[in-house]
Write a protein that binds this ligand. Structure first.
Ligand SMILES: [Zn+2]
Ligand SMILES: [Zn+2]
Length: 325
């Protein structure tokens, strides 16, 4: 509950990243206990920009008491360990479904199986792994005893009020958003971005890693849930804040519907894999975009299949999609 008319102070700080997506937004909650939501990647440029941004707001990194992660992608969680070490007693919070980058144990085998099922050729899988390895240097991982889990509907308490934790899976299984109820402001990480439609990233199911997480179906539910709060302002993980969530919500839905129709139209009677569909949709994708295009294809094929619009069968370990007869 908010006390009086005090609005907890949210200070957005933009940090550079070495990634294609550009700068990342982190949010300082300038209240007691001093809290930062997301950290930026583990680079000298990002930590310097963070120090400068915090100094401008009247704080030092060593003043931080809580480090809260919307999700565990390198651009959001990379500095978590450094900040925690520098701030001595700071506590790290992340949803316990956010297993991919959090554990020191990587889900290599589970990930590889998902790519095999998607029909990605071996040499491409090797390339994607190389990229993954390369990305690791921008982040530290956390063991199970080094963080506190975020729980849906719990509150992050401050002396002056609280932020409600919303588990909003889709972009990743453990993605969380934070709601300041007094003025219905949401800090949404990569769940909501102003200029691009977030990618439902291919992930093993955190509860049963032999399964695929139904990322797009979950994402659509998360988006509708955020909409149910009628946000007046949404702070995303990248780009400017969103003041017209309703418009963006409909834009996202149109984009998803268009992509659904496109994916379904690419499923021919000879059968296609997610990899075939990804290559047709994004013939020029290279680098990390190869992986993201497979993610996008799998997410849409999964959704179309769960809605009974297409069928699939296994050919060896690979899923082959066919039109629904
Ligand atoms: Zn992300
Ligand atoms: Zn991001």
């Amino acid at each position: 509950m908010e006390i009086g008319n005090h609005l907890m102070r949210v200070v957005p700080i933009s940090l550079p990243t070495p990634f294609y997506i550009g700068p990342v937004n982190v949010y300082l909650i300038a209240e007691d206990p001093l809290t930062i939501i997301d950290t930026g990647p583990k680079t000298k440029e990002a930590i310097e920009a963070l120090r400068a941004g915090m100094r401008q707001a009247g704080f030092l990194v060593s003043d931080l008491r809580r480090i809260v992660l919307t999700h565990a992608h390198e651009d959001h969680c990379g500095l978590a360990r450094s900040l925690r070490d520098e701030a001595k007693n700071a506590e790290v919070f992340v949803h316990n479904w956010e297993t991919g980058h959090r554990h020191s144990r990587l889900e290599y085998e589970e990930h590889r199986m998902l790519l095999v099922r998607a029909g990605v050729p071996d040499n491409e899988i090797l390339g994607m792994r190389g990229l993954y390895e390369h990305m690791r240097k921008y982040s530290d991982s956390f063991g199970d005893d080094e963080y506190t889990s975020l729980w849906d509907e719990a509150e992050l308490e401050f002396e002056s009020g609280s932020l409600r934790i919303l588990h909003t899976p889709g972009h990743t299984p453990g993605s969380c958003s934070f709601l300041r109820e007094a003025d219905r402001t949401v800090i949404a990480g990569d769940c909501v971005l102003k200029r691009i439609t977030p990618n439902p990233v291919l992930s093993p199911d955190p509860v049963d890693p032999s399964r695929r997480f139904p990322s797009l179906a979950e994402y659509l539910v998360s988006l509708a849930r955020l909409r149910s709060f009628s946000p007046t302002l949404v702070y995303g993980g990248h780009g400017e804040p969103i003041r017209d969530f309703e418009e963006l919500f409909h834009r996202y839905f149109r984009a998803f519907q268009d992509r659904q129709s496109q994916v379904i139209s690419l499923v021919t009677k000879n059968g296609v894999t997610a990899w075939d569909v990804a290559l047709k949709m994004f013939p020029n994708a290279d680098d990390v975009h190869r992986f993201l295009s497979v993610s996008e294809a799998v997410a849409h094929l999964d959704l179309a299949h769960s809605e009974g619009k297409i069928a699939y069968e296994l050919s060896g370990q690979t899923e082959v999609y066919k039109p629904q007869i």
